[in-house]
Design a protein around this ligand. Structure first.
Ligand code: NAP
Length: 282
């Protein structure tokens, strides 16, 4: 057990500070005749995906960002989806494109992501965006990893020289956040479902990122006292990937779920849409 109570890394507060600055930038853009616009594509009728898209649309509206919704039926083919993406690529009024994941199984999701032009890949899902991120040069990194870094920065948490243990290696989360932490001079261990002795590896982490997709998976007894815990997990029942009660007892700082990484991910998506809109003026 750590001696002091952990700092709660309040994602809502971080998101509010990002949005406060964005509001001014959006007003400035609108004065110059540009309304930032995020196009969201929802394929099929997964209720959770529909909720995520609606939340992103509402967040846009609150800041004066236009949200263009494209809803396609569950039987949409890969070719039809790519054609819809091409149309948005060619539309100068659209500055960012978000294809809500997951798409129905029969669709080649990778091919669809790759159809998004790099200039509008504000969700950071293309291979080119990933490669740029690996080189520390992404215009638009994947939003959740960027949100994790934004939280560390907001709270002035040093990364250099620290041992960061990332649990999860998905292309949108575990892998890119590992690379971002490496680019910040952390020593990074990336764990996955075939990792042995996971508890012993997590116990070495000065920084632990949970990106597993399993509720309450990471246990407090694995955590090094005083470690910084960033829980990206978002599971049914508003539960993270860390067992919050026991992790809280050991952590130096911890993100809650909800109210941690999630709101900052949405704010990052909005920020990257505004960044893209600003580029049209240059
Ligand atoms: P994902 O694609 O399912 O990846 C899960 C990762 O966890 C995989 O790399 C998997 O390993 C690893 N894993 C699974 N079981 C494991 C085990 N027993 N031990 C160690 N590693 C294990 O999930 P994701 O899309 O990255 O999402 C992860 C979590 O973040 C989910 O809860 C999701 O809801 C959440 N999320 C949140 C946000 C946000 O805005 N807050 C955004 C995106 C995702 P393998 O590679 O070996 O299969």
């Amino acid at each position: 057990m750590s001696l002091n109570k952990p700092v709660i890394l309040d994602g809502t507060q971080v998101a509010d500070s990002i949005k406060k600055e964005l509001k001014i930038r959006v007003e400035r853009l609108r004065e110059q005749g540009v309304t930032p616009c995020l196009a969201t594509i929802l394929v099929g009728d997964d209720p959770a995906s529909a909720t995520y898209v609606r939340m992103k649309g509402n967040a846009c509206k609150k800041l004066g960002i236009e949200s263009k919704r494209v809803v396609l039926g569950a039987s949409t083919t890969t070719e039809e989806l790519i054609a819809a993406i091409q149309e948005l690529n060619d539309d100068p009024a659209v500055h960012g494109i978000l294809l809500q994941h997951p798409v129905p199984h029969h669709i080649d999701e990778r091919a669809a992501f790759e159809a998004i032009s790099i200039e509008k890949d504000v969700d950071g899902v293309t291979m080119l965006g990933f490669a740029q991120n690996a080189f520390g040069q992404a215009a638009y990194p994947s939003c959740t990893p960027a949100a994790i870094i934004a939280i560390l920065d907001y709270y002035d948490i040093p990364v250099e020289g620290k041992h960061a243990v990332v649990v999860g290696r998905s292309p949108i989360l575990g892998k890119p956040v590992s690379l971002m932490l490496l680019n910040r001079n952390a020593t990074v261990t990336t764990c996955h479902s075939k990792t042995r002795n996971l508890d012993q590896l997590v116990a070495q982490g000065d920084i632990v990122v949970a990106a597993v997709g399993k509720p309450n998976f990471i246990q407090g007894e694995w955590i090094k006292p005083g470690a910084i815990i960033l829980d990206a997990g978002y599971n049914e029942g508003n539960v993270g990937d860390c067992d919050y009660e026991t992790c809280y007892e050991k952590a130096g700082a911890i993100t809650p779920v909800p109210g941690g990484v999630g709101p900052v991910t949405i704010a990052t998506l909005l920020k990257q849409t505004v960044d893209s809109a600003e580029k049209t003026l240059k």
